[in-house]
Design a protein around this ligand. Structure first.
Ligand code: SAM
Length: 369
């Protein structure tokens, strides 16, 4: 399997994302004789072979089920083994579209970290594009390289073990089919480093001299942003803007339109049941002083709500105000209006995204100096 293309049937050795729930997706490499043990049951890999990606797989004893999903960068991001903080899809998708990363784009990324964003870049630029990614932590570099290889992404990606702040981005062993103008010639730069401002001066020699180059620096603290902006200005980058992607859930649903006559009827019903209850309680106290069981029985026996004729076919106990039988949202027997509600608070801060651009003429002037 590869992140570049889709296939239907699961084979031995394939990566499958076992979907147990929205926040519980387990990556597995299908291996004969192995099984995935979950609290929903056991799922033998042998049975997965020959199944279709996307299919529901029942547990060994017919209880519980999982879905077998085809890996995409979006699903990989929420299931990958974390070795660092990672960039999630709300940020990566924004950065990719804002920097116009597309099929054939040449991207420079540091550091690789857990390879979350590397997967998105590699898939988006396709086999025509090139990703040059750098990681200075050796065990992370080794793991990321293995993962990229297993996922078929070394077809367009070169990962280098390097401290880009001290040693820059230039590499001597670029494969011939990865070279452009005899070098890296990046169109887009993404820096997710603790001190991007120390790496920015090293970019001149590896970015494109023909086209406008975009950069994004991903930093959690505003102090880092300030230093990054200064370095960008000093190095001749322009159109500097800082953005924060602050996602809020937007709920959209249908709300039942209630007739004013139903409301009046309901209020009268509540009042009359209250009165009946008070009366019953009084009578129970007179006849069964201290016998709580009798009072309860009287209340329960009398707890049936009147059934408005238009709701009669929905059964006993239904009322349109939330109690009784559940009504399916949008049920055509009722009138509905569309309503929306937004979360009042933003629950998470990921990072500030500092964008800037380098125009070819500026770079030529800088190199003349
Ligand atoms: N963007 C990555 C992802 O989505 O998975 C996560 C990057 S992680 C937050 C930052 C990585 O940068 C770490 O793995 C760290 O080892 C690496 N790093 C820090 N300074 C570096 C440097 N000077 N050169 C290369 N890599 C560096």
């Amino acid at each position: 399997m590869s992140f570049f293309e889709y296939k239907d049937i699961i084979e031995e050795g394939d990566l499958v994302l076992a979907f147990l729930g929205r926040s519980n997706i387990k990556p597995i490499t299908v291996t004969k004789g192995s099984q995935l043990n979950t609290r929903y049951g056991n799922f033998e890999h042998d049975r997965m072979i020959g199944m279709k990606y996307g299919e529901q797989m029942p547990g060994a004893k017919g209880v519980g089920f999982i879905h077998l999903l085809y890996p995409t960068p979006e699903l990989w991001t929420v299931s990958l083994p974390h070795r660092t903080q990672i960039v999630y899809t709300p940020d990566s998708s924004y950065i990719i579209q804002r920097l116009n990363v597309t099929s054939g784009t040449r991207v420079i990324e540091a550091g690789t970290g857990s390879g979350s964003f590397s997967h998105s870049f590699a898939r988006t630029i396709g086999v025509e594009g090139r990703l040059f990614t750098y990681e200075f932590h050796e065990p992370r570099y080794i793991e990321a390289k293995k993962e990229l290889e297993d996922h078929g992404l070394l077809a367009n990606t070169v990962i280098t073990h390097r401290d880009v702040c001290n040693d820059g981005f230039e590499i001597s062993n670029i494969p011939e089919d990865f070279k452009k103008d005899d070098g890296i010639c990046g169109d887009v730069v993404f820096l997710d480093l603790p001190s991007p401002w120390t790496a920015i001066p090293n970019l001149k020699s590896v970015i494109s001299h023909q086209s406008r180059v975009g950069i994004c620096c991903f930093s959690p603290c505003i102090e880092q942003v300030e230093k990054t902006v200064k370095a960008l200005e000093t190095e001749g980058w322009s159109n500097i803007e800082m953005v924060e992607v602050a996602g809020k859930r937007w709920e959209a649903r249908k709300d039942m339109v209630k007739d004013v006559k139903d409301v009046v009827k309901r209020l009268k019903d509540i009042q009359s049941r209250k009165n009946q209850g008070i009366e019953h309680r009084k009578q129970s106290k007179i006849h069964n002083v201290g016998d709580k069981r009798d009072i309860k029985e009287v209340e329960t026996a009398d707890d049936s709500s009147p059934e408005p004729t238009k709701f009669q076919n929905l059964g006993k106990g239904f009322n349109p105000f939330g109690k009784g039988l559940r009504v399916r949202e949008g049920d055509e027997q009722f009138q509905w209006r569309n309503v929306t509600k937004i979360e009042s608070e933003i629950k998470s801060h990921t990072s500030y995204l500092t964008f800037a651009y380098m125009n070819p003429n500026v770079r030529l002037n800088t190199s003349v100096e």
